[in-house]
Design a protein around this ligand. Structure first.
Ligand code: CMC
Length: 437
């Protein structure tokens, strides 16, 4: 991280506490001050030090990280320094997973070994199958995924040994390998179809498609263009620095629990509609608009504040989300195979109008990753409940790379934010027998 050169040459912040008139000089490092340095600012020795109040961590760095770089104003996303556009075009999901976990691109031998390891850990214990069968017929696949990832910790109790590097590697391989199996089985359960075992002759994403869609055929061979499109979607979702689910993985992982439990927390966070669910909302919106002729009326509603253009705008990106550009191209490739989705025409027209409209231009509202992803998933015939499961499979290497960084970071401590207490104090307790007398 680099800072603009300071004009005074001093990398410090001078603070005057107007309650006491005292001045403090606080070091600035990497554009931040250490929150603990504010602790010295007190109105008396027996009083608590100054703290910051930051619900949702909107202006608080919780870690140092070398995994993912985002410049929201310029629309830049890089994994380990490599631009997302290049990775999406020229790499594969497993190579990107290697990059995120190991920090550098693999040699040929390293890649072969990595693919071999992942491929041979795709099977799950038969008991996993039994308990997945125990879910109700209409269980949400994301709930099933969350529970089954957490349950893996009971199958691999050695995973608790998080200080051993080889052991950590073993669990990382297992988790990346087994996520598609668990995700596909959650889908099959909801459809009332038998579970399909992994086919180790197939690549990672082709095998996932086989476990999802294979019926009585000897071998399921998905169209290469669909395999590439889904693999690209996994790459685009692989990491996004300190988002809600990654923060959940880090926060739970800071207790030194095993990585299956920490990743289950990440899946839980992603389950929420504010995080993983926006692409489903885009589809609902496009269906509601129904035809291009209805777009002007819908846009009026958005500008009057009665509607939101779902799939537009982002907390970090104030420019075109670089992932949305790539997804738009993938959508074209997918529709070449599956035939076009009539909702695509409405989406393209909405985007065209919004990008020229003063309301959106002024507020820097551009398409985000979710604007086109739902359309692609629908073309694969995934029901909306599966969208977040796909996101979770893609995000797993990112969660694990961040977890790995966390457990090796000497600065990290168990996550334990402060609070501003707003309740009563020093009340006198009256026993129930007297209160109710
Ligand atoms: N449609 C219409 N107006 C919008 C939209 C939108 N999609 N997004 C923001 N605005 C307006 C908002 O009304 C506000 O206007 P004003 O200044 O007049 O009050 C201004 O733009 C700033 O919006 P904000 O709500 O303060 O921005 P935020 O950073 O808090 O919210 C957001 C970001 C993603 C929640 C929001 O843009 C939104 O609700 N978008 C639609 C939902 C969506 O697509 N979510 C997926 C996000 S990408 C997922 C991921 O990366 O994990």
């Amino acid at each position: 991280m680099s800072n603009e050169a300071s004009t005074s040459g001093k990398e410090t912040l001078t603070v005057r506490d107007n309650r006491t008139g005292q001045d403090y000089e606080i070091p600035i490092t990497d554009g931040t001050i250490a929150a603990k340095d504010l602790g010295q600012i007190k109105i008396g020795d027996d009083q608590p030090g100054l703290a910051t109040y930051d619900p949702g961590f909107v202006n608080t760095a919780s870690c140092r990280s070398a995994v993912t770089y985002i410049d929201g104003d310029k629309g830049v996303l890089e994994y380990r320094g490599y631009p997302i556009e290049q990775l999406a075009e020229k790499s594969s999901f497993l190579e990107v997973a290697y990059l995120l976990i190991h920090g550098s691109l693999p040699t040929k031998d390293e890649m072969d070994a990595w693919v071999h390891e992942i491929t041979y850990h795709t099977f799950v214990h038969e008991n996993v199958k039994s308990f997945m069968e125990g879910f109700r017929y209409d269980a949400h696949p994301m709930g099933m995924l969350m529970a089954s990832v957490g349950a893996l910790s009971t199958f691999y109790p050695d995973a608790r040994n998080i200080t051993d590097a080889d052991n950590r590697h073993m669990q990382i391989v297992r988790m990346i390998a087994k996520m598609p199996t668990l995700g596909a089985w959650s889908f099959r359960h909801a459809q009332g179809k038998p579970f399909v075992y992994p086919d180790n002759d197939l690549g990672y994403t082709a095998n996932f498609l086989s476990m999802l869609f294979k019926m009585s055929e000897k071998k399921f061979e998905a169209d290469e263009r669909l395999v590439k499109a889904l693999d690209t979607l996994f790459i685009l979702h692989a990491d996004h620095e300190q988002n809600c689910s990654t923060n959940a993985v880090r926060s739970v992982g800071s207790s030194e629990v095993d990585p299956y439990s920490a990743v289950a927390a990440g899946v839980a966070a992603l389950y929420g509609p504010l995080h993983g669910g926006a692409n489903e909302a885009v589809l609902r919106m496009l269906r509601r608009i129904g035809s291009k002729s209805e777009i002007p009326a819908f846009m009026e509603g958005v500008k009057n504040g009665n509607e939101r253009l779902m799939g537009f705008g982002h907390r970090v990106y104030k420019n075109y989300d670089p992932r949305a550009k790539i997804i738009k191209k993938s959508a074209e490739d997918v529709f070449e195979v599956t035939g076009t989705n009539p909702l695509l025409d409405i989406a393209l027209e909405l985007e065209k109008i919004a990008l020229e409209d003063e309301y959106f231009v002024k507020r820097k509202l551009y398409p985000n990753v979710d604007f086109y992803s739902g359309l692609i998933y629908e073309a694969f015939q995934f029901p909306p409940e599966m969208f977040t499961v796909l996101f979770a499979i893609g995000r797993t290497p990112g969660w694990l790379a961040q977890w790995l960084e966390l457990v090796q970071d000497k600065d990290q401590k168990i996550a334990r934010p402060k609070q501003i207490y707003t309740g009563d104090r020093q009340l006198t307790f009256t026993p129930a027998s007297e209160r109710w007398a």
